[in-house]
Design a protein around this ligand. Structure first.
Ligand code: SAH
Ligand code: SF4
Length: 394
């Protein structure tokens, strides 16, 4: 009897092993778990949720990716973690620093495409500009990312991985940790609101006290104006909002920012106001305005945007166009930029001019290209959609 049972168990073990080999269980990458998902993960292992705080600290604050070195977890716990989980980091293929201190990392993503992340040090703050997608489907006429087409959304691990890599690289080994990244802007490659869930989870990690503990005022999401998603964002997050306007009338904005055909300026401004109303504090939106010579840099353009923005609490950030090969646009002279700024000042707006940083390493706004293979043709689908059918939601 005993013999037969033993044999049965052996057979069972063999079958199980064969089954396991056929379908290798994919390990969970803990780098990409939001605090809530990390809680679910530990609960699933039969653990208490205080493990989440420990794990977030190990990964995002200490930069540890080896379970064996996590000394406040028992040996059994670490063995269990190694069995079901991993901490898989992005692969850095380039790390360059500009003469002005701007630093750019190029990271290779599974599938062969790459993305770019830029750190801009200033006197009082350090800003990290991160990407949310590989390429972008929205095809703004003056943006080199848009010209690359769209490849895919970045996962949470790939979005937060940019912050992980930058904070680790900016630390000097052996020296006391200094917080160098004080601000994060989602202004790299891609339209963050079209990768909504992953961007929201990533922002939760940015704000979490056990991860990056950034102030919600210092995490900024920039959008070209995906109106329904702006409303959705207001329901789940209260980060700062930047809106890429670039024109004060629909005729011009339709050309520069094609998504305007679907969500024209009036709707965009109303959505911006709605978003600001939902915030618990009186925060202003940032209005981004990329200036292109003889396209949108005239006094009449400034008058138009002053009118459009008259009821929106905002500060305006003028971005002199950053050229890239075959863009077809030019940067206006400084005098024209100053004249534009002065008019908006006269109309009572707070206006800043974004200085071009990291020009020598192609790290300026709109120059991030990475390496994008547009396999999905999602960009073409968007263009077709906007031309033929204006009724579908994005
Ligand atoms: N997709 C989002 C965020 C990424 S683009 C958005 O459009 O808002 C970030 C900012 O860079 C946007 O304001 C965009 O208009 C600006 N930009 C794009 N190309 C540029 C260029 N060549 N020169 C200057 N600014 C540019
Ligand atoms: Fe996409 Fe923003 Fe570039 Fe437009 S400006 S193509 S939305 S990344």
């Amino acid at each position: 009897m005993t013999d037969i049972q033993a044999t049965d168990f052996e057979a069972l073990d063999r079958l199980e092993a064969e089954e396991k080999a056929k379908t290798p269980t994919k390990k969970v990458n803990l780098l990409g778990l939001s605090p809530k998902k990390m809680d679910e993960f530990f609960t699933g292992l039969g653990e208490k949720t205080f493990r989440t705080q420990q794990m977030l600290k190990w990964i995002h604050q200490i930069g540890e990716s080896d379970f064996d070195k996590m000394t406040n977890m028992s040996k059994a716990m670490r063995a269990k973690l190694a069995e079901v989980a991993e901490i898989s980091l992005p692969e850095i293929v380039m790390d360059k620093t500009s003469v002005d201190g701007t630093r750019k990392w190029v990271m290779r993503m599974p599938g062969g495409s790459s993305i770019e992340t830029v750190y801009i040090p200033e006197k009082e703050r350090g800003t990290l500009c991160i990407s949310s997608q590989i390429g972008c489907a929205l095809d703004c006429s003056f943006c080199s990312t848009g010209k690359q087409g769209f490849n895919r959304d970045l996962s949470v691990a790939e979005i937060i991985g940019q912050l992980f890599v930058a904070s680790q690289s900016l630390d000097t080994p052996g020296e006391k940790r200094v917080r160098r990244i004080t601000n994060v802007v989602m202004m790299g490659m891609g339209e963050p609101l079209l990768n909504f869930d992953n961007v929201v989870d990533s922002m939760e990690l940015m704000l979490n006290d056990f991860a990056y503990s950034l102030s919600k005022r210092r995490v900024t999401l920039s959008t070209s104006g995906v109106v329904p998603m702006m409303d959705k964002l207001g329901d789940v997050a209260d980060v700062s909002l930047a809106v890429s306007l670039h024109a004060g009338n629909d005729k011009l904005r339709d050309v520069l920012v094609p998504i305007n055909k679907k969500y024209p300026i009036k709707e965009l401004i109303e959505a911006t106001n709605r978003y600001l109303e939902k915030l618990p504090d009186r925060r202003k939106a940032t209005i981004e305005y990329t200036m292109m010579k003889d396209v949108n840099d005239g006094i009449e353009d400034a008058e138009e945007i002053a009118e459009v923005l008259k009821n929106t609490p905002c500060k305006i950030n003028l971005i002199p166009f950053n050229p890239f090969p075959n863009s077809g646009y030019e940067r206006p002279s400084n005098n024209r930029v100053y004249r534009f700024r002065d008019l908006l000042h006269e109309r009572g707006f707070i206006v800043t001019i974004r200085s071009t940083r990291g020009d020598d390493i192609d790290a300026a706004c709109g120059q991030l290209v990475g390496q994008v293979e547009d396999r999905t043709r999602r960009q073409q689908k968007y263009i077709d959609l906007h031309q033929v059918n204006d009724s579908d939601a994005v």
